[in-house]
Design a protein around this ligand. Structure first.
Ligand code: ARG
Length: 571
């Protein structure tokens, strides 16, 4: 990024009426090193400068001089810029070694607050694989924003309110058993819920009974609240097991029920602002003018809905956190819901409505089979994670049976495999989960990146003759001339792009930009590792290569951390 900026500045100084920022936008990384390290497609400036691309490039070629540049070429309308590699190597390694865990971070956010609503599973329902994707995407976005200088508030907007809790109470009081619920948790609650639906088909009076139980919850009836709270705590206990495995935390667990006492105000405000209309006894906001179906705010019986609680939550979050950005991470099936929500807040006259954004993502299926909760074929998430850990343990057992703390490493790598698999594709794409791909240590997987990181650590340990992965004493004065072979330059080039990738991932709300970047870094390192022996006798070569290795370790660790993966030093 620094070089991009430098070059943009130099170019802008030569071109009248074009500013540096515009050039910065245009500068590209050429697809292969023969075409330079950076390149400016001059045809994009042709109109503004009233000159042919070739003439622009020729002119710049003559004018551009700087000690950081080795040479500049003009080739069919492109200005190709070649950096002075030794200087590049020495500046970049210096920067990475000095920054360490902060390498790639910047203070773009300047302390502004970002609220991220993610995971948000439903009480008494299984935590499904869609919630997993929300959890890992949200967690990555959280870390990325923090790395870039934002305060982040992670909110778990639990689905802990609604008429289903009335049904659950009916089912529990009729057919339930306290000890069984304690023992089997959500499985048993789900069984009761399904049983309710089966029975209510035969005995419609049950629906009425369920409604009245829910009214009792809403009115704070002691017994009703006790049972509801119990369902919540049983469910949370299970969710927290998954969060612990994933290493995910939330700043707030304010779920839908949190907004109970804030809903009347919202409804009055909507009324005052003439946004509510009555329709067959129910109250809704019409959105025909915006090509959307109406958003239901109050049911006939006066009870609130998912939308009502989301409007209340949006207002509450703005008021409480003063966010500069408020994100909602859910699967794309909720696109309409969020477009409606943002429109309602805008129609209420809040100019910050544009600070809210939906971060939709695609569905996950397990090699063809859909993981829906409605039918019976539910893959329980905890099982999926535990299976990943077991399978990883088997792989470690066969490859490296004497490794210390195998269990811990199997956990880090197994869980990493699942997280990475969810973050590797563009988030909007549907993902087909495959064990083979997720756990392939040589493929484009989490284990591959973690394993590369461990390999890097092992080189550093050998150099130290100890367990330390720091750069050995005395390896500070590197000789950049020793890092000019194509493999080393290839690694340096990748490393230099980290900060920019992090920023893009933040702007596009796309953690996959970092996962893919990590694969590129790992591949370039492995190429270097196979071509260039590191622990050689020549002290200058050894020191310089080791410094590069340490830079790779830092970048991989920082990047893995941003997407929520652990970085074991031995695998
Ligand atoms: N509980 C919802 C679900 O499982 C997701 C909630 C997303 N957040 C929100 N503020 N609506 O689909």
């Amino acid at each position: 990024m620094r070089y991009k900026q430098l070059v943009s500045g130099l170019i802008a100084a030569q071109l009248e009426g074009i500013d540096e920022a515009a050039i910065l936008e245009l500068i590209e990384y050429p697809p292969n090193p023969e075409m330079g390290d950076l390149s400016l497609p001059c045809f994009k400036l042709s109109k503004a400068l009233r000159k042919s691309p070739q003439a622009i490039a020729d002119g710049l070629k003559e004018a551009l001089k700087h000690e950081a540049l080795e040479r500049v070429d003009s080739v069919s309308g492109y200005l190709n810029i070649y950096l002075d590699k030794a200087r590049f190597a020495s500046e970049l390694t210096g920067e990475i070694l000095a920054a360490g865990p902060a390498y790639g971070s910047r203070d773009i956010g300047q302390g502004g607050t970002v609220v991220i609503d993610y995971s948000s599973p439903n009480i008494a329902k299984p935590f499904h694989i869609g919630h997993l994707r929300s959890t890992v995407i949200g967690n990555a976005l959280k870390k990325i924003h923090r790395f870039l200088g934002y305060e982040v508030v992670g909110v778990n907007h639990l689905g802990d309110w609604g008429t289903q809790f009335g049904k659950l109470i009916v089912a529990f009081t009729r057919w339930g058993d306290e000890a069984k619920v304690e023992a089997d948790g959500i499985d048993e609650l789900l069984r009761l819920y399904v049983k309710f639906h089966d029975e209510a088909e035969k005995e419609p009076a049950l629906d009425e009974e369920a409604r009245s139980w829910f009214v009792r919850i809403e009115h704070g009836d002691e017994e009703a609240i006790r049972l509801w709270k119990w369902f919540v705590s049983i469910s949370l206990k299970e969710f927290k097991k998954i969060y612990d495995l994933l290493g995910v935390e939330f700043e707030s667990y304010a779920g839908e029920s949190f907004y109970n006492d804030k809903m009347d105000a919202v409804v009055s405000e909507l009324k005052e602002k003439n946004l509510l209309v009555e329709d067959d006894g129910a109250m809704l906001v019409r959105l025909d003018d915006y090509n959307m179906s109406p958003a239901l705010i109050l049911k006939k019986d006066g009870s609130s809905l998912y939308h009502t609680r989301d409007v209340a939550a949006a207002l509450y979050r703005k008021q409480t956190y003063g966010f500069v950005k408020s994100l909602y991470v859910t699967d794309y099936a909720q696109n309409l819901h969020f477009q409606q929500l943002f429109k309602i807040v805008e129609l209420m006259g809040y100019d910050w409505a544009g600070q809210m954004a939906h971060v939709p993502f695609g569905r996950v299926s397990l090699e063809g089979m859909s993981l829906s909760t409605r039918k019976g074929n539910v893959i329980k998430l905890e099982d999926l994670l535990l299976q990943a850990i077991d399978k990883t343990r088997d792989i470690i057992d066969s490859k490296n049976p004497n490794m210390p703390n195998k269990d811990e490493v199997a956990r880090q790598v197994g869980v990493g495999a699942i997280i990475f698999n969810d973050l590797y594709a563009n988030r909007i794409k549907d993902v087909v989960f495959s064990w083979e791909e997720a756990l392939n240590f040589e493929g484009e997987s989490g284990p591959y990146v973690q394993y590369t990181h461990a390999r890097v650590c092992s080189v550093l340990r050998k150099a130290n003759g100890s367990d330390s992965i720091e750069l050995p004493e005395g390896v500070t004065a590197i000789d950049p001339e020793k890092l000019l072979n194509p493999e080393a330059v290839g690694v340096l080039r990748e490393l230099s792009r980290f900060g920019e990738r992090v920023e893009q991932a933040m702007l596009k709300l796309e953690p996959s930009m970092i996962s893919r970047y990590l694969i590129d870094v790992a591949q370039s390192f492995n190429r270097f590792y196979h071509e260039c022996p590191i622990l050689v006798d020549d002290p200058a070569v050894r020191a310089s290569r080791l410094a590069l290795v340490k830079c790779v370790q830092i970048t991989l660790a920082n990047g893995l951390g941003l997407i929520g993966l652990q970085t074991p030093e031995k695998i």
